[in-house]
Design a protein around this ligand. Structure first.
Ligand SMILES: C[S@@+](CC[C@H](N)C(=O)[O-])C[C@H]1O[C@@H](n2cnc3c(N)ncnc32)[C@H](O)[C@@H]1O
Length: 210
């Protein structure tokens, strides 16, 4: 199973509970639209895809139209501008980083804009939402980006659960999949009022219970 398929499986499993909100999903790097199609099939009320290459947006639009999805919006803009286009909470964000397979390798994601988008995505993630992130440390820009992301992940703190999967454990250059979710907040139990100790009274017939 490829790492992309594993990302899909993870997201599918996450949303198998019908009670989990499926209002909005974002494909932060829609490329030719395979991940966008996956999200559209998951029955989100709305799916929005971001991509910097116009050709890729056209390909994805054709794909969506061909499949008859009417709930998919595509934005020709970098995911670093998510905040300008997405006004509210997001239930699922997919980042499949790097460059388009078979396309121009210079048009690759980079750590500066990816981190801006990731910070926005975590800020806007709904309580039951999930972010999937595939990093490609096998090329120089991808390695730099992966390291920056790993440093940022390490700062996220205990409120977040981060799962990591690698396609090959022994290979440093192997792609890495991260899944980021909020930890469920555990409400501390309401303390029960304990009765104060009964103190000896000077009057044996009177008992105070304050
Ligand atoms: C690995 S491909 C994505 C594959 C895609 N999800 C699919 O299913 O076909 C990475 C894509 O990110 C795009 N990209 C690069 N920088 C970007 C940015 N700042 N915002 C959005 N997309 C970007 C590239 O143009 C490329 O198409």
């Amino acid at each position: 199973m490829s790492l992309t398929e594993r990302a899909h499986e993870l997201i599918r499993q996450h949303f198998r509970d019908p009670g989990i909100s499926r209002e909005l999903a974002v494909d932060a790097t829609c490329g030719n639209g395979k991940d966008t199609e996956f999200l559209a099939r998951l029955d989100f009320r709305q799916v929005v895809g971001f991509e910097v290459q116009e050709d890729a947006i056209i390909q994805t639009r054709m794909r969506m139209d061909h499949l008859g999805f009417t709930n998919v919006g595509l934005i020709l803009d970098g995911h670093e501008s998510l905040g300008r286009h997405i006004p509210g909470e997001i239930d699922c964000v997919m980042f499949n980083l790097g460059y388009l397979p078979g396309g121009d390798k210079n048009l690759t994601t980079n750590e500066v804009t990816t981190l801006v988008a990731l910070k926005f995505a975590t800020d806007m993630l709904s309580e039951t939402g999930i972010i999937s992130l595939i990093c490609y440390p096998g090329h120089p820009q991808g390695l730099q980006e992966t390291k920056a992301i790993q440093r940022w992940l390490a700062t996220l703190g205990a409120k977040w659960r981060i799962q990591m999967k690698k396609s090959s454990t022994s290979n440093e250059a192997a792609p890495i999949l991260y899944a980021i979710t909020r930890r469920k907040s555990i409400t501390p139990p309401v303390p029960t009022r304990t009765a104060p100790p009964v103190t000896e009274q000077s009057d044996p017939d009177s008992q105070t219970t304050t």
